[in-house]
Design a protein around this ligand. Structure first.
Ligand code: NAD
Length: 301
């Protein structure tokens, strides 16, 4: 089985550097036509220039591929709409969206200006939602779409000093869970990537001796699988150093507390059993939790 993207059109945001550049090159090398989007600003999101996107689009073309450079700021819907229109005008469709653009403004919560919290949320959450909204109807009409949302271990597990970034990255999981359900009927598959790589974003954070292991190219094969025709859906895929792992969210079996024990003290007394991870339910959707609890409570009566 060889994964190819011939005839497919992809938009990769934040593709002027790091992971996005690697994903764009990887898609193009296997036949996709790629919109290389990048605002071209600094690590904290300040500034902007088309140079970064243009350089990667040229790299793709020099290798015999097809690419368009685009400098849209993903946080501005009108610019995202124009980028989408540019892709449609050039190639008539959009099959793959890799929402990858991102910035950092780290500080402990007590020292973080509120404006830095919302600027990070704007780029990651609003930026991703803008891109989703722009491509969604076309993917529905095409009855085909592959979407990869870029999360982070920071959002899934936590990282000191990244309350803004962690909140934004956790939002990717919520978006995936719902859009997976809404896209299922029309073959739109939505997955989340939790990468780790040595890029401008992690400069100064990764010890030099392990940097060679963490090349962005070690992540991209996972993204190409999630962008392929045989992609799964609603998967959180961790990737870095050539290691690929899956994260699950599960619910424990839980404990039914009869009315006389249904007090804060009762919850405290049973907290160990409530937390017991020996049974792990991975739920298909929200209503399954309600049904499970109703069934459990009914059985206890
Ligand atoms: P990077 O800084 O090299 O690349 C991010 C790119 O996004 C930059 O080229 C930047 O110009 C672009 N960008 C920023 N704001 C934009 C905007 N508003 N509109 C369009 N483009 C914009 O960083 P990277 O490490 O390659 O990060 C890529 C993605 O992976 C980000 O979402 C990041 O949060 C995520 N991520 C990275 C790591 C890691 O270890 N590098 C870990 C977890 C998650």
């Amino acid at each position: 089985m060889t994964i190819r993207f011939d005839g497919r059109v992809a938009i990769v945001t934040g593709a002027g550097n790091g992971l996005g550049r690697s994903h764009a090159l990887g898609l193009a090398a296997r036949g996709a036509k790629v919109v290389v989007n990048d605002l071209g600003g600094a690590r904290d999101g300040n500034g902007g220039s088309l140079l970064a996107a243009e350089a990667v689009a040229k790299e793709i073309r020099d290798l015999g591929g097809e690419a368009i450079a685009n400098g849209a700021n993903v946080a501005v819907y009108e610019e995202v709409e124009a980028m989408f229109a540019q892709a449609k005008a050039a190639w008539g469709r959009v099959d793959i969206l890799i929402a990858n653009a991102g910035i950092l403004r780290d500080a402990s919560f007590s020292k973080m200006p509120l404006s830095d919290f919302w600027t990070v949320m704007d780029v990651h959450v609003k930026g991703t939602v803008n891109c989703l909204k722009a491509v969604w109807e076309t993917m529905r009409e095409q009855k085909y779409g592959r979407i990869i949302l870029t999360s982070s271990a920071s959002g899934i597990y936590g990282n000191f000093g990244q309350s803004n970034y962690g909140a934004a990255k956790a939002a990717m999981v919520g978006l995936m869970n719902v859009l997976h359900q809404e896209g299922q009927k029309v073959d739109i598959r939505v997955n989340v990537l939790a990468p780790t790589a040595a890029t401008r974003m992690t400069e100064g954070l990764i010890p030099p001796n392990v940097q060679p292991l963490l090349a962005p190219e070690t992540v991209t094969p996972g993204v190409l699988f999630l962008a392929s025709e045989q992609a799964p859906s609603k998967v959180i895929l961790g990737a870095g150093c050539g290691v690929f792992a899956r994260s699950y969210i599960y619910e424990t079996e839980g404990v039914y507390l009869p009315e006389e024990e249904r007090t804060p003290e009762g919850v405290a007394a049973h907290f160990e059993a409530i937390s017991d991870p020996s049974v792990q339910h991975v739920l298909e959707g929200a209503t399954q939790q309600t049904m499970r609890f109703v069934t459990k409570a009914s059985a206890a009566h």
